[in-house]
Design a protein around this ligand. Structure first.
Ligand code: GLY
Length: 585
């Protein structure tokens, strides 16, 4: 009896062993197959753009051309970024503009110094924590509060760019507006993407002036190739070119912004001309950390970008990350991302209003790193207890992908990484004097406390800046030289996009174009997210075997990257998922 039991057990053990061996063989075969397939699958659609002197990579070819024109005139990286940004306002109005805000990182080659600039929108003085609650004190839906005046924050882009120009500009301020003014007056061809996004959005939620600009009388979106003129924006830009920030923050433009916000037919807001006059852009300390002997610098609060990227990288870092797109690498990065996002969602908000604990404390990071197993997913991560952690509620704020990123390196080796936004596509859909206003205030938490009554760090408060995920980033080689300038749009997916690009360069030694085209994936403490067209990669089954729940979705990153080689040559990669272009000499 016993023998037979043993025999049965032995047979079972044998069977299990055989299955295991077969699985290992299959797993190795899959890995080998995956490697062969991966190399085919991930070869980019085009080669990176190369240059020896200067380069810009921006979200639209006309913007890249305007930036390059400034560089060729002897302009600085800051000049090129400002000129390109003004053109983006016109030709990529769904993503960014003077009605919104942004963050900019600047590297001065002469003194090897990094400056960080904060042009984030602010809540009006009348804003209160219950701004986005309904009559039953329940959070309203995002879709419900985005259109109209309530979601509009005081725009910060113009003030920030003026500050950057004062610090790092070479060409006259007014010159930087000429390409955009000329295009606004003479017209530009509507791009395929702009036309498609307008068709998808439909005319109904746009305020009247925006509807008349973007759609014909029957409500059909301007088709691709249609020459669209924007004389009102040309006039606005001319005023700012002549009067500087005062032309925007004081006088008629400010008055019209406040009127449009307050008199919006949908969700009227409470912004006053005084709120606009009071806006101040800030110089902030960049947040820097180490990864694989590199120094990586990015934007700190009110952005969660740099802290979450640096936490993810620090928690994923191993002597051997795993080869390109292996299950090991994706698992490690996703698990690290879960831990980092759990902390982000609890602790990061505008540091002028809340205390943010030291999320990069080395002891804390080692403790958190120990939570990662290489053989099984942790499922959902909880926020940790970093040193001096304040009592803070769990926050489920979501962000949308109406953002753009540009990277510049000038002939003196200075660099700019600029990420700017009007929040969701076409922002609040309210147009003033030719530009769209943002809906950035929906980046705040709609609830102000969690179920346990703990205050949510990212709750609405007067004059506060909503938490962002924008992550303009600079990477420095172990010897200290600038090595990479990058960033992306994508709401909170910006964070995994930038992580992917850094790992693609540092761990996998890929060129700038391959990096941006690699399949997008994310571990945001939800399911493992993978770009839908790569859902059938063998590695996905391996991740399932590690316990990951898989979610596929479109992930239209707009990663725009410059890599500076050790011999000084520049390599630019523009993301084909959007309409960006790299241009240089
Ligand atoms: N509105 C996008 C962001 O700030 O992350």
């Amino acid at each position: 009896m016993e023998a037979s039991v043993h025999n049965k057990k032995d047979r079972r053990t044998m069977k299990t062993f055989t299955t295991l061996c077969l699985s290992i063989l299959t797993f190795s075969a899959v890995l080998t197959l995956e490697s062969a397939k991966a190399d085919d699958e991930f070869s980019p659609s085009r080669a990176p753009v190369e240059a020896t002197r200067q380069m810009i990579v921006a979200g639209h070819p006309l913007a890249a051309e305007a930036g390059l024109e400034m560089l060729r005139e002897g302009g600085s990286a800051a000049d090129a970024a400002i000129a390109a940004q003004m053109v983006l306002n016109l030709v990529e109005p769904q993503s960014s503009g003077i009605g919104g805000g942004g963050f900019l990182l600047h590297y001065s080659a002469a003194n090897a110094f990094v400056n960080a600039y904060d042009g984030r929108e602010t809540a009006p003085a009348a804003a209160t924590p219950d701004r986005f609650l309904d009559e039953n004190s329940q959070p309203r839906s995002r879709a419900d509060v985005i259109p109209g005046g309530l979601s509009v924050g005081v725009p910060g882009l113009v003030a920030m760019l003026e500050l950057v120009h004062a610090d790092h500009g070479v060409l006259p301020w007014a010159r930087l507006f000429e390409p955009a003014i000329e295009l606004a007056e003479n017209g530009f061809p509507v791009s395929e993407r702009l036309s498609r996004l307008l068709s998808e959005a439909g005319p109904d939620l746009f305020a009247a002036s925006a509807r008349a600009y973007f759609f014909d009388e029957s409500g059909t979106a301007r088709p691709s190739g249609f020459i669209l003129k924007n004389p009102e924006l040309a006039d606005t830009l001319r005023r700012i070119a002549t009067k500087g920030g005062d032309g925007f923050y004081l006088g008629e433009i400010a008055r019209d912004i406040a009127v449009a916000v307050r008199s919006s037919a949908t969700n009227p807001g409470d912004m006053t001309p005084q709120d606009i006059a009071d806006y101040v852009a800030h110089r902030r300390q960049p947040v820097c950390g180490r990864y694989q002997r590199r120094t990586i610098c990015g934007m700190g609060p009110p952005s969660s970008g740099a802290l979450t990227i640096l936490q993810t990288l620090a928690l994923a870092e191993r002597p051997f990350m795993g080869r390109q797109f292996s299950a090991r690498a994706l698992h490690l990065v996703a698990e690290a991302g879960k831990l980092a996002f759990a902390d982000r969602n609890r602790f990061i908000a505008d540091s002028d209003f809340v205390d943010i604990p030291d999320l990069l404390d080395p002891d804390y990071l080692s403790e958190r790193r120990n939570l990662i197993s290489t053989s099984r997913t942790m499922g959902r991560a909880e926020a940790g207890t970093p040193p001096d952690a304040p009592r803070a509620g769990r926050d489920g704020t979501r962000t949308s992908p109406g953002t753009t990123h540009l990277s510049v390196v000038d002939a003196d080796g200075n660099a700019v990484a600029l990420t700017s936004t009007i929040e969701t596509r076409f922002g609040s859909r309210v147009m003033v004097r030719g530009f769209l206003l943002n809906n950035e205030l929906t980046d705040f938490s709609f609830a102000f406390e969690d179920d346990e009554g703990s205050p949510i760090a990212n709750r609405v408060e007067p004059g506060k800046r909503p938490r962002s995920s924008m992550a303009p980033t600079l990477v420095f080689a172990p010897e200290g030289d600038l090595e990479m300038v990058l960033g992306a749009p994508g709401g909170s997916l910006i964070i995994p996009y930038v992580v992917k690009a850094i790992i693609g360069h540092v761990d996998w030694s890929l060129d700038a174009q391959t990096i941006v085209e690699l399949p997008n994936f994310a571990g945001r403490n939800r399911a493992f997210e993978i770009e839908e067209r790569y859902a059938n990669m063998p590695v996905i089954d391996q991740l399932r075997a590690l316990g990951h729940e898989i979610r596929t979705q479109p992930m239209p990153s707009g990663l725009n990257v410059i890599i500076r080689k050790s011999d000084g040559r520049l390599e630019g990669g523009a993301d084909p998922r959007r309409e960006g272009m790299a241009a240089g000499d």
